[in-house]
Design a protein around this ligand. Structure first.
Ligand code: KIV
Ligand code: ZN
Length: 513
């Protein structure tokens, strides 16, 4: 594929996606997602914002060391400290990119940055020069380009190309543009900037008006050759353009697009499930491509049509986006080696023999309860196991629930709190309510339950339930997940997981600050 025919997919699930309230991920989780993205042949993985916190720095460094095929990118404001830190974090990368940005809209320059347009141009040029000291692959974003003046965009973009920027990313930071308008902006920039042929034009669209994918596609039709997107459309506020929708629109409408991605689309659904499991953000059933109903036909007329000729109502094949990947992989008699190999295929590496042994013991427990173990079960099992492997303050030791008709359900919960075992009992409106009340008697977190959701990981009544709990503690939202074939136990695990995150709030700085 020549560069004109190739659409570069830049995934920012680990950076912008992680900016969704409650979606923060630990290093091991980020590594699993990064490996899955690499397996899917994503071109660029934005692994984080290294200056934001020591945890972000370590995660970008770990992803840079683990990923060999995709380019690994780190975000940096147009500040020397940010760029140096990003350069350091990316040192282990085979291919590393620094993505630096500064706002260019009148409102951002005047009210947020308190800088004049001249100062902004000077800072942007300087930032690109600093970044070039670490890598030849430098991306520049004029933040809030969607509300910036096009004359000013032309001026700053021409200057940063001269300074060495190789990708120009045009963000619709607040999701304000309409598709025809955003497409026109891209073609205008490409036409008017004299050195525009020296850089690749990229777009980064937010979904505040539900137009992120539409705007991104319109930009591609007008010459953009990189799209920034996230799995399941995760991201700040209403999210980013969803990778699966952009990639499948371009692949399905090759009659209209003169470019294509090099993605292995069969990895889309497994990747979507992985991200949903790790973040605890369920995918809505009617979500395009990756929703559980995306290929389901309810009406008799549609079913009849599909049976006669699939194309009557299906424009894509479910197996092409990875729905068939939902197959039985392991069972009760599978050995440690098969277990380890399958998890390696899913991007999970165990650092020590003890970790492998512990995960294998959990697998055997699960296989006793459930005959058929799918990839999704394995992923949930690993997510569950990694939550308890570090020095967490609270651990669920035991749980007993009594539910009977006409009586209030009762729960008795035993937790290990700072190495001390303590038990509490409570009644509630239902068994889950009773469990949460019993936990709160022991912990007294003062957090408010904001969201409780249960999803079945696979099909059948023996499926594991995956529970997400979102707690609100003084305005910060913290998610917890738990999975188990018993949904009351899964709920308790999720609640305790969230509590462990409440006591150790993430001190990460926000990139747009
Ligand atoms: O939305 C945005 O403007 C961003 C930039 C950092 C590219 O995320
Ligand atoms: Zn963004």
């Amino acid at each position: 594929m020549s560069s004109a025919d190739r659409l570069i997919i830049f995934d920012t699930t680990l950076r912008d996606g992680e900016q969704s309230p409650g979606a923060s991920m630990n290093m091991e989780e980020k590594l699993r997602i990064a490996r899955a993205l690499e397996r899917m042949h994503v071109d660029v993985i934005e692994a984080g914002f290294p200056v934001a916190s020591p945890g972000d720095f370590a995660a970008v460094k770990a992803v840079a060391a683990a990923v060999k095929e995709s380019t690994v990118c780190g975000l940096a404001r147009a500040l020397q400290k940010d760029i140096q830190t990003a350069g350091e974090a990316l040192k282990p990368a085979v291919r590393g990119r620094i993505h630096t940005f500064i706002a260019t809209s009148p409102i951002h320059m005047e009210k947020k940055l308190r800088m004049s347009p001249d100062q902004v141009v000077e800072q942007a040029v300087q930032a690109v020069k600093w970044a070039r000291q670490y890598t030849d692959d430098v991306e520049f974003s004029p933040e809030d380009a969607g509300r910036s003046e096009s004359d000013f965009l032309c001026r700053i973009l021409e200057a940063v190309i001269d300074a060495g920027a190789t990708t120009l990313n045009i963000p619709d930071t607040v999701g304000y543009n309409l598709p025809h308008q955003f497409g026109n902006l891209i073609s205008e920039l490409i036409e008017r900037i004299p050195n525009s042929d020296k850089a690749i034009f990229s777009v980064h669209c937010h979904n505040d008006l539900g137009l992120a994918v539409g705007n991104s596609l319109s930009a591609v039709l007008n010459g953009a050759r990189q799209v920034e997107c996230t799995i399941n459309g995760l991201g700040e506020r209403a999210g980013n353009a969803s990778l699966e929708e952009v990639v499948m629109a371009v692949r399905t409408r090759q009659d209209l697009f003169s470019c294509d991605t090099r993605l292995d689309t069969t990895q889309i659904v497994p990747c979507s499930k992985l991200v949903s499991g790790i973040t605890g953000f369920p995918v809505q059933p009617n979500k395009a491509v990756v929703g559980s109903n995306a290929f389901a036909h309810e009406s008799g007329i549609h079913q009849d049509g599909v049976l006669k000729q699939r194309e009557t109502y299906e424009i894509m094949r479910a197996e092409d986006v990875g729905w068939s990947a939902n197959r039985m992989v392991l069972g009760k008699h599978s050995g440690r080696n098969a277990f380890k190999t399958r998890l390696q295929d899913l991007g999970v590496e165990f650092e020590t023999q003890d970790e492998l042994n512990e995960a294998f013991a959990r697998f055997k427990d699960l296989a006793d309860k459930k005959h058929e173990i799918y990839d999704e079960d394995l992923q949930a099992l690993v997510t569950d196991a990694t939550q308890w492997s570090s020095d967490e303050r609270f651990r669920l030791v035991a749980l007993r629930v009594c539910s009977e008709t006409g009586e209030s359900p009762e729960a008795e919960v035993t937790l290990m709190i700072d190495d001390e075992e303590r038990s509490g009992q409570a009644t509630g409106a239902g068994p889950v309510d009773a469990v949460f009340r019993a936990i709160e008697l022991l912990v007294d977190s003062q957090a408010k339950l904001d969201l409780y959701s249960v999803n079945s990981i696979t099909e059948g009544t023996d499926a594991q339930g995956e529970v997400t709990v979102r707690l609100d503690k003084e305005g910060s939202m913290i998610n917890g997940q738990g999975s188990d074939t018993d949904i009351v136990i899964a709920s308790a695990k999720a609640y305790v997981h969230a509590l462990n995150r409440v006591v150790e709030p993430d001190q990460r700085a926000h990139p747009q600050l």
